[in-house]
Design a binder for this molecule. Structure first.
Ligand SMILES: [Zn+2]
Length: 320
């Protein structure tokens, strides 16, 4: 079908552009072994996802088949898993992944945890103003993956905005400001909360409006539970179930996951890989990412108890 021809052209184009231009955000680590040996030196415990693991039938389905009002944008369609090239093992990208929760006014009598998790609207706009002035361009995890696997070019200062838990105020307050500054984000969705229409969380209509504005919706379990020391059935339900629910809304299989409370173990990672995830983020602090630790990428916590100079400092930006 049409998309099967389009996608390789996109990849070839990306490779050509990458070769011609390079990218300041991508850097190579010294390879410990000759390039020719890299392909056979891949550790067997972290197999690359194969092309056959990709649900190509659903990935190529038209998003317009879903009963939504808005028109999907071209940027909302993910590329299929890029088979990593010989340099993928040594590639590293610097991509700050900002971690937000609430963006909006505080409720009455908030406790310290709620205050820490909440960015007030004015402060949120100051942050975006600052990031835009410093030349940051928002990307998503799919672009990051392509940069690592193939050396596809990234903007000079890429950044990923993540919003955990799909709180309603992200739709009401963060979304319009993000649009104003030309940014898109990724929402990690505890899918059952939206299915159940829990108060304080987005509706599916709101979440899909973000998606059709170029945002990503990625799974965050079904009911926001921590994942260590869980049975296989439990992990299937939470990890595959949330992916499956989102797929039914998006029309393609989402590939990136956020661990609730940043908690996980080897069994959780194994389940993520088994059902076809490409990566996952934690709540640890990190800004450099490699494919080898793709299921434990760190982020940059954005706290309501800190100020803009704190954020600037964490990003290595001089302030003012
Ligand atoms: Zn969460």
């Amino acid at each position: 079908m049409q998309s099967k021809f389009r996608v390789p052209l996109i990849l070839i184009g990306a490779l050509l552009i990458s070769t011609l231009l390079g990218s300041s955000a991508i850097r190579l680590r010294p390879a410990p072994t000759p390039t020719a040996a890299v392909a056979v030196a891949l550790p067997t415990d972290t197999p690359w996802p194969t092309a056959t693991a990709s649900p190509s039938a659903t990935a190529s389905a038209s998003p317009t088949a879903f009963p939504v009002a808005a028109t999907p944008t071209a940027t909302a369609t993910p590329l299929p898993w890029p088979t990593p090239d010989a340099q993928a093992r040594t590639r590293e990208v610097k991509v700050p992944v900002l971690m937000y929760h609430y963006v909006g006014p505080l409720p009455a009598a908030p406790d310290q945890i709620r205050i820490g998790l909440t960015i007030l609207p004015d402060y949120f706009e100051q942050q975006l103003q600052f990031l835009q002035a410093r030349g940051y361009t928002s990307i998503d995890f799919y672009q990051t993956q392509n940069a690592l696997a193939l050396g596809a070019p990234l903007p000079a200062k890429p950044i990923i905005f993540t919003f955990d838990d799909a709180y309603e105020d992200v739709y009401s307050f963060a979304f319009p400001v993000m649009q104003k500054y030309g940014y898109t984000g990724t929402v990690f969705v505890p899918t059952q909360f939206l299915d159940d229409r829990l108060a304080g969380y987005m509706s599916w209509d709101e979440a899909m409006e973000l998606y059709h504005a170029g945002w990503r919706l990625e799974p965050h379990t079904k009911t926001h539970v921590e994942l260590q020391n869980r049975s296989r059935d439990f992990l299937v339900y939470q990890i595959y179930g949330s992916m499956d629910t989102l797929r039914s809304h998006l029309g393609y299989q989402p590939r990136f996951f956020a661990y609730p409370s940043g908690k996980y173990d080897d069994a959780a990672i194994a389940m993520l890989k088994e059902v076809g995830y490409w990566g996952a983020v934690t709540t640890d602090s990190a800004q450099f990412h490699r494919l080898a630790n793709g299921f434990a990428w760190g982020r940059v916590r954005v706290s309501g108890t800190e100020t803009l100079p704190d954020l600037a400092n964490r990003l290595g930006e001089p302030f003012p």
